[in-house]
Ligand binder design. Structure first.
Ligand code: SF4
Length: 467
């Protein structure tokens, strides 16, 4: 996928700004990334699909397979090509190469079909991966520089105060400020496109769309659990099910169904929960591995508005799956894209239970509340639809530029304060979605990388180079 021209210009500008400045190290895996999150990253294709094994062979992952819900290797039914030869079987991913022996996989017949062993750390001395049949398994050491830019979370907020670049930005003509914001916004969209299209390459277009939409339903705090759910319950599988089977699986694998105590259930929720359990008990044995507490998605519930509770968002995902052909049709082909039709389909999603409930245990609301509101649709436009479609039909960029801004958030407000100083100057650059996206990109690239209270940040001096 080629980079969009303005995005490339912004990336070159940013790299030039940092030229000669001491490089900060790439974020590593020392921070608490769980094994489950690492598996999720791998499975989304984030590390790519082509690698070199520890003994120098070329390996290409042709099929990422399915995430195993039972005993045995992490991923089943995979296909890889090693130096042009196709191997079908399982893939095991461990934090450390030596985990293979520590966990006795080498003596366990269930691991005999492993065709690729992935790990993040390896001992200095050569370590071989062997099955109980004494077959050597190709190994790949994963590195964080294989990940696309921006995939690792950064610190969320910089200090709320006027930044040193407010003066040059105030003195710059509006057209030049607009130009740098547009380029930064395009760069941001390009990064999102690359991540999304890696997933398309790994799992196909519809699965990648489903996963990206699920991610936006996680809001800021629960994106990872939603991604993991969508990966474990692939679209092909859930679309074959009827509504009750599908919802039972979603609420069962999420851990929400099992966390409900029957004595806490309100009378009006009993029928819905009974329906879910009538299917879940048939499916739960096959999902036993994912019900281990260490394997359950790590939901974050603190400081979440009732309407954004992940259970309700999961209800929205269930409603989306129920209307899937309508949801996916405008995204199937960039030439058939209609923003109005897509927006309309999302806003009209409905669900008998979730339109009036925030959680499985909450009281029924007096009036039905939209499952997906206008702000969420905006997030989906910014994070799914346009990143998917703009590289395929570049004239959609002009349409993207016209989308009004999302409701502002703390990060945008802080970016405006630091970059423009006063809201009056910043106001004309916060009206559109792309303004906010551009501001956020500059804020993340410069303000969040700066630890000198602006003193050593090269951005203000280099602004004059932007023409
Ligand atoms: S860190 Fe750099 S970009 Fe951010 S406000 Fe300070 S001078 Fe401006």
């Amino acid at each position: 996928m080629t980079m969009l021209p303005l995005a490339e210009r912004y990336a070159r500008f940013r790299d030039a700004v940092f030229a000669g400045v001491e490089e900060t190290s790439l974020p590593g895996f020392a921070d608490p990334v769980t094994e489950m999150e690492l598996q999720s990253l791998w499975f989304s294709g984030a590390f790519g699909a082509e690698f070199t094994t520890t003994d120098g062979k070329t390996v290409r992952v042709a099929d990422f397979g399915v995430w195993n819900s039972g005993a045995g290797p992490d991923f089943n039914d995979c296909a890889i090509e090693v130096d042009g030869q196709t191997l079908r079987g399982d893939i095991e991913l461990d934090p450390d190469a030596r985990d293979w022996e520590r966990h006795q996989h080498g003596a366990n017949e269930e691991y005999n079909r492993v065709v690729l062993h992935l790990f993040l750390h390896a001992p200095a001395e050569r370590f071989f991966t062997r099955t109980s049949r004494h077959q050597e398994v190709p190994q790949v050491l994963l590195r964080n520089d294989m990940l696309p830019e921006g995939i690792k979370p950064r610190p969320n907020l910089a200090a709320a105060r006027l930044g040193r670049c407010a003066t040059p930005l105030r003195e710059m003509e509006a057209a030049r400020v607009q130009s740098i914001l547009e380029a930064a916004a395009q760069h941001r969209l390009d990064l999102k496109s690359q991540r999304l299209h890696r997933n398309v390459a790994a799992h196909g277009r519809e699965q990648a769309i489903y996963q990206a939409l699920a991610q936006t339903l996680g809001y800021r705090k629960n994106q990872q659990p939603f991604i993991i759910l969508a990966q474990r319950l692939p679209l092909k599988k859930v679309l074959k099910m009827d509504k009750t089977q599908r919802e039972a699986l979603l609420f069962g694998v999420s851990g929400f169904l099992e966390s409900v105590r029957s004595e806490d259930v309100r009378p009006e929720a009993r029928a819905y929960l009974r329906e879910l359990w009538s299917e879940w008990w048939k499916q739960r044995d096959s999902c036993a591995r994912w019900l281990d507490p260490r394997q359950l998605p790590r939901w974050k519930m603190t400081a979440i508005r009732p309407g954004n509770h992940p259970q309700r968002r999961l209800g929205a995902l269930a409603a989306m799956l129920g209307a899937w052909p309508k949801i996916v049709a405008p995204l199937a082909d960039a030439a058939r894209w209609s923003q109005a039709a897509w927006r309309g389909s999302l806003l009209s999603l409905a669900h008998d239970f979730w339109n009036t409930h925030y959680t499985l245990l909450s009281e029924s609301a007096e009036k039905a509340v939209a499952l997906i509101g206008a702000t969420r649709v905006h997030e989906m436009l910014a994070n799914v639809a346009y990143p998917l479609l703009v590289p395929e039909r570049t004239r959609l960029w002009a349409e993207y530029l016209e989308i009004p801004a999302l409701l502002d958030n703390q990060k945008v407000r802080r970016a405006v304060l630091r970059l423009f100083g006063d809201e009056a100057r910043g106001i004309e650059f916060t009206e559109k979605l792309h303004h906010q996206q551009g501001l956020l990109q500059i804020y993340e690239d410069f303000c969040l990388e700066d630890d000198s209270a602006c003193a050593n940040c090269p951005f203000p001096e280099r602004l004059k180079d932007w023409s």
